[in-house]
Design a protein around this ligand. Structure first.
Ligand SMILES: NC(=O)c1ccc[n+]([C@@H]2O[C@H](COP(=O)([O-])OP(=O)(O)OC[C@H]3O[C@@H](n4cnc5c(N)ncnc54)[C@H](OP(=O)(O)O)[C@@H]3O)[C@@H](O)[C@H]2O)c1
Length: 219
């Protein structure tokens, strides 16, 4: 059993919390508006769950999931996350997040931005390309034919093994895209972003992914 902290409790955060509790983990959940606003979710999740501030969730988690609009990642408390595995589900949507020049020119990736903000944490990109609702409906037991796969990326091999194990427990195969810098291969508008894919299909999609600058211009 692990305690999983959540910074963000929206579509993805709440669904991952449901999965975590269903698999026997404790969860400590936070959002921007304060713990009291999370009462309905905590009531649903039961005794394994409690609401907290972001700093408290960061301190309590053995693993901490950052799942919020990308524009807010600079508010993630760094000190309590020192040395910890931080799972990053975030994507870049300029209409929501504003323009971020380094992402527009693709000189970095979303998860590298979080890693830069949390230099002493081990950031693993995960759960960014599956619709929230499917997290609790698409999982299958290990070895099931055509089991859905999810991508991870990260710079720390041990942290990636831990998160791969968690994803497998949650019902999905895992495809390792490599270091955080390769995370662009599963960013918005790439072939693997969104649809249900097996591991083999996802590896093919990662290999076929194009940079935004090399994509045909949409008319
Ligand atoms: N929705 C999907 O299917 C999906 C799938 C894969 C990846 N993603 C990505 O995952 C991230 C989260 O997506 P989502 O759909 O779950 O978003 P969402 O439903 O809008 O939820 C965002 C959560 O972040 C919290 N938050 C915002 N600013 C915060 C701050 N400064 N400190 C702490 N918490 C803060 C919000 O709290 P308040 O409500 O209190 O403001 C809310 O709980 C996004 O980057 C998104 O692109 C989404």
């Amino acid at each position: 059993m692990t305690t999983i902290g959540f910074i963000g409790a929206g579509h993805i955060g709440s669904q991952l919390a449901r999965l975590a509790v269903a698999h026997g983990h404790d969860v400590v959940i936070s959002n921007s508006r304060g713990p009291e606003t999370l009462a309905p979710l905590i009531a649903e999740l039961g005794t394994r769950a409690r609401a907290a501030t972001p700093a408290e969730a960061a301190a309590a988690g053995d693993i901490v999931v950052v799942t919020m609009p990308l524009k807010a990642i600079d508010t993630v408390p760094a000190a309590p996350l020192k040395g910890k595995i931080v799972v990053d589900t975030n994507n870049y949507y300029p209409q929501r997040d504003g323009r971020i020049a380094e992402l527009d020119n693709e000189s970095t990736t979303t998860s590298e931005l979080l890693q830069r903000h949390l230099p002493e944490s081990k950031v693993v990109k995960a759960f960014n390309h599956i619709y929230a609702a499917e997290l609790t409906t698409h999982g299958q037991p290990k070895g099931a034919p055509n089991r859905r796969a999810l991508v991870i990326a990260g710079d720390d091999a041990s942290a990636k093994r831990t998160i791969a194990g968690l994803i497998d427990d949650f019902g999905f195969d895992v495809v390792d895209a490599g270091p955080l810098a390769e995370g662009w291969r599963i960013q918005r508008d790439t072939p693997g972003y969104g649809p249900r894919r097996t591991a083999e299909e996802l590896r093919r999609d990662l290999a076929a992914a194009k940079r935004y600058r090399d994509m045909p211009v949409k008319s």
